[in-house]
Design a protein around this ligand. Sequence first.
Ligand SMILES: Cc1cc2nc3c(=O)[nH]c(=O)nc-3n(C[C@H](O)[C@H](O)[C@H](O)COP(=O)(O)OP(=O)(O)OC[C@H]3O[C@@H](n4cnc5c(N)ncnc54)[C@H](O)[C@@H]3O)c2cc1C
Ligand code: SF4
Length: 472
Amino acid sequence: MGKITGFLEIDRRDRKYKPVPERLKSYQEFVIPLGEEGTREQAARCMDCGIPYCHNGCPVNNQIPDWNDLVYRGDWLKALKNLHSTNNFPEFTGRICPAPCEASCTLNLPDTPVTIKTIECAIVDKGWAEGWITPQVNPVKTGKSVAVIGSGPAGMACAQQLARAGHDVHLYEKAQQIGGLMRYGIPNFKLDKTVIDRRVGQMEAEGVVLHTGVHVGKDVTIEELTAKYDAVALAGGAEKPRDLPIPGRELQGIHFAMDFLSQQNKRVTEEPLNNITPILAGGKHVVVIGGGDTGSDCIGTSNRQGALSVTQIEIMPAPPEKENKLLTWPNWPMKMRTSSSQEEGVARDFAVATVRFEGENGQVKELHCARADEKFQPIPGTEFVLKADLVLLAMGFLGPVQDGMVKDSGVELDKRGNVFADTFQYKTSKEKIFSCGDMRRGQSLVVWAIREGRQCARSIDQHLMGKTDLPR
Ligand SMILES: Cc1cc2nc3c(=O)[nH]c(=O)nc-3n(C[C@H](O)[C@H](O)[C@H](O)COP(=O)(O)OP(=O)(O)OC[C@H]3O[C@@H](n4cnc5c(N)ncnc54)[C@H](O)[C@@H]3O)c2cc1C
Ligand code: SF4
């Protein structure tokens, strides 16, 4: 372990953000790294617990105390190797993971967890800066081929693992660029897209063949792919957004969050918008409906576009300011959290039921609301009105789009409408077809998608070769 008394001597210190007025001027990342010495000092706080709960708190089971110790001792290269042994893309999680590992850290009992995510990010950023991260090309080819459909974190991890096992891997993506929701949902100010690009470069050098702009189910059928390849992995995400069918929904100015966010991400990276009507928040009163990550990204983007006001409403009651550690630890607690985007300026309200939209000349102008009871119904006499020139629906996703690829493949679905496959074999009900990520588990997190992609690759390798050396 690092410094035996480190946790007693050193205070928790995390990365800071650039000041709000400065960061609102651009779509650039605004997190300020701790620097090499600062990171080593924080790594020294790890207690190397007898039972390190962070191992299980982290969905990819990162071996956190091991790399904390290596960072403390200054052996960054070994730390990077260890980190990569469980996580293909620590630079994604080191930026946008909510860090359930830190909730399960023993030092979270007194509210001072090790800054695990910050240390993870520092290790991999140093790895890239030093040129230590290079393609891992397998010189031995198996002669087997796999199509991976969907290039979010699940499809990327699955494809990379399979290429490293020596298979001929083809990654199909309907969008113009690789990355899934990390590319088109999560804004650049949280994850700069060059961070995805350099990983994609590594994957191509390892032999992954990219087929972007190919919509499976439209441009090519799933039958053609299953005939052509020895195995197929469905990693198409959970793209069906939850709608809000209240009176006035047909008015102009009410949009799904992803339509708004993907446009801005394309503007930033100068990807053509192809004649779609722009959705912009500048000079408008914006209402964001939904309190999760997607809602936060809408707030940050609206503020950068120059919104007059941003209001975020949530139907659930406000969570407690502080969790009861004895009941929740080492699990992820429900508690009030303020994201960096919320910190930049928003009026937040909880337990709000939406009643109807009102408009003028076909354009939304107001959202009529009421306080919600415990059954999420409006309480009579509590009605109020919000100014709303632009409404962004960020109420989550209902599962994969079924028309097209999923229906055509004939795979069984689970009760929630996700593609059915277990978490051991990731096999669907159809021979040769596997599934992972949000398409299988429903709306989730990048780190879970990476885990599923890796484990699905292992199962496919086992299926093709009768044995596998890929880790679970
Ligand atoms: C706005 C937003 C913000 C988020 N913020 C965070 C965050 O901060 N931290 C976090 O951990 N998670 C966050 N998430 C969740 C996270 O992005 C997802 O859980 C994760 O990306 C799922 O990965 P995936 O690979 O399963 O699917 P996706 O990332 O959804 O990728 C699926 C890909 O498949 C492609 N595809 C689908 N069907 C086809 C087809 N028929 N043919 C070809 N291609 C197809 C899609 O175009 C897409 O590129 C956020 C989600 C959203 C929407
Ligand atoms: S991937 Fe997420 S949960 Fe795992 S160590 Fe990194 S920040 Fe923590």
